[in-house]
Design a protein around this ligand. Sequence first.
Ligand SMILES: Cc1cc2nc3c(=O)[nH]c(=O)nc-3n(C[C@H](O)[C@H](O)[C@H](O)COP(=O)(O)O)c2cc1C
Length: 325
Amino acid sequence: MVGLLDSLEIKGLTLRNRIVMPPMQTSLATANGAVTDSLIEHYMKHSKAIGMLIVEHSYVSLAGKLSERQVGIHDDSLVPGLEDLSSRIHATGTPVVLQITHAGRTTSMETTGIKPVAPSSDTNARELQGEEIETLTEAFSIAAERAMRAGFDGVEIHGAHGFLLNQFFSPLTNLRNDKYGGSFDNRMRFPLEVVEKVKERVKGRLLLYRLGSDDLDPSGIQIKDSQEFAIKLEEAGVDIIDVSGGLCGSRPKQFQSSQGYFIPQAQQIKNVVNIPVIGVGGIAEAEYADMLIQEGKVDLVAIGRTLLKNPDWAMKAHKTLSAKN
Ligand SMILES: Cc1cc2nc3c(=O)[nH]c(=O)nc-3n(C[C@H](O)[C@H](O)[C@H](O)COP(=O)(O)O)c2cc1C
């Protein structure tokens, strides 16, 4: 039976176990989004003994920057710093992927200097025009190409937590009536175009999609919608689906105390695809994470805040689980 400590072979990479550090923003980059020594130190500290590390969301264009000192991937000048980061993490034996993102309507003029953009206008943002959407698809694909040049093993496209791609997919935020809105197929169009272009640039390396699987709102994305979307993502060449929550953000208040709060969604996505699925949400105990893999609920387990608090968590998990077997 496969468990948390078992390796996973994918795209010529060996993940030494099923423990993933999910993307978590540190605000340790420079004001221009460049990698700093403290950012590298942070990841070195947390990459020990885990199966794969996903570096925090990095903005693909200035208009998509969410906050101060966020990591950027919007400019060629950032590649050498990112290369330093990936090579230092690789030296610990851990494969590393970079999450690429655009905040859409979630950012502010104070952060970017320009009015935020979104699928549909609201009090904060203006509606994107068709040709601007094509430019953004290009921005994602160029960002992916930079990540490859910087030595990452792949990229994760951020399609969750109410950011731009999630805004296009959700009927709560996409009120368009052109080919990018209206019907279910139209709401998937922009995210799928991004996947298609990014896939071309990662050239056989890993492509992950972080899926906002559930808006937790009766009028928003439901799991049956995400299942249909996940099938399309697999068809489009996504290698791993990282299942999180939707517009509400990654840590919904109602779930604060439950371990594995997005696991039911991840399991339902896993039921309809043949590619590995990452599950997440308040996971703290090695035995619980191991059970999730053993029972086939998910293929990989993301340990976020627990790993931040305890960088040796994976090593301890190894001891705890090895002692049991
Ligand atoms: C400080 C912090 C920063 C985060 N930044 C990101 C991010 O950059 N991209 C992302 O997809 N999720 C982000 N998340 C969500 C985490 O990846 C994860 O899904 C969430 O924390 C739930 O997992 P946990 O309960 O194990 O912490 C962040 C979470 C925290 C706590």
